[in-house]
Design a protein around this ligand. Structure first.
Ligand code: NCD
Length: 308
């Protein structure tokens, strides 16, 4: 596979090789970080983080990742209101300018396809940190790294994806990566209104991935190795009533968590609202805070791959 220039979609990963390479590199980054012996390959390099939508984890973990490897960061955390976008500047123009100051750009935007537009205008690598209801490829890298670490492998995993599969961009990015592994089976659990969009269903079919769709939680999670819960994406709903009708469709509580397979893990890209109750946090299967930390290490590996 040709070296990636921009990271816009997980469909750019044609096989597991680069994924495995990034996971191995992230694991080494973690060891070096704990030992305080991290190399500084990105010294003198600048990362721009350009966020048109809210974020805590993604922006901070990219910025921490860049700085841990010796680089530095320039940032617009509220670019929708604070950047020249308010004056009517196009994404292409903004990117042309920012790419003159930075060696790579991490962008989150509210429009699906915005990252591609940015990449088309950019002489430096653009990393999609979420484009509306489109994709969030680096979250999916963190998810695969987490499954690898927690279960020892991704091959053979039975993965239940739960909640807002319609709007959840982390799911849209995770599916193509799971499809690269052997014998993965997927259970898509959502209310009817929030089913996975047809284009992703067709993708799974075209890759011959085993999957089922259901709106019932109990049976779906009983035999799952990975219970991946998503937030119902309130900001994508047209009315408060439609959101209210589905917002608490599935809630993982301590009782459900206790009855999962003993080796199962519970994942969530965070932030959570009600879909995982806080009493699950003490369960050893709760992997979501570890997942959030893993995201920084995989982003270190990715920045190093793109820039070093
Ligand atoms: C996710 C996102 O922004 O899509 N958050 C994240 O990056 N960890 C998930 C979400 O907001 O529900």
């Amino acid at each position: 596979m040709q070296k990636l220039r921009h990271v816009l979609s997980t469909k750019q990963f044609g096989d597991t090789r680069l994924l495995e390479q990034l996971c191995a590199s992230a694991a080494q980054m973690e060891l070096d970080d704990v030992a305080r012996t991290l190399p500084q390959p990105l010294r003198g390099r600048i990362l721009a983080t350009l966020f048109y939508e809210p974020s805590t984890r993604t922006r901070f973990s990219f910025e921490a990742a860049m700085q841990k490897l010796g680089g530095s960061v320039i940032t617009a955390e509220n670019a929708k209101d604070s950047s020249s976008a308010t004056k009517g500047e196009t994404i292409a123009d903004t990117i042309r300018v920012v790419s003159g100051y930075a060696d790579a750009i991490v962008m989150r935007h509210y429009e699906e396809g915005a990252a591609k537009k940015a990449a088309d205008a950019s002489p430096v690598p653009v990393i999609n940190a979420g484009d509306g209801v489109g994709e969030h490829p680096t979250q999916a890298l963190a998810d695969v790294f987490t499954i690898n670490k927690e279960l020892g492998k991704v091959d053979g995993a039975k993965v239940a994806l739960i909640g807002d599969l319609l709007n959840g961009r982390t799911i849209h990015s995770l599916l193509p990566l799971l499809a690269l592994y052997r014998d993965v089976s997927i259970i898509l659990v959502s209310p009817k209104q929030l089913r996975l969009p047809v284009k992703y269903v067709s993708f799974l079919e075209s890759k011959g991935v085993r999957f089922v769709e259901t709106d019932k939680l109990a049976g779906a999670v009983r035999s799952a190795d990975v219970v991946y819960v998503t937030r119902v994406q309130r900001e994508r709903f047209l009315s408060a009533e439609e959101y209210e009708a589905v917002k608490d469709a599935y809630i993982i509580d301590a009782k459900i968590a206790d009855n999962l397979k003993s080796t199962a893990i519970i994942m969530h890209a965070l932030p959570r609202v009600n879909e995982i109750s806080p009493d699950v946090d003490a369960n050893y299967r709760a992997a979501y805070f570890r997942q959030a930390k893993n995201a920084m290490y995989i982003r270190m590996a990715l920045l190093n791959y793109l820039l070093a």
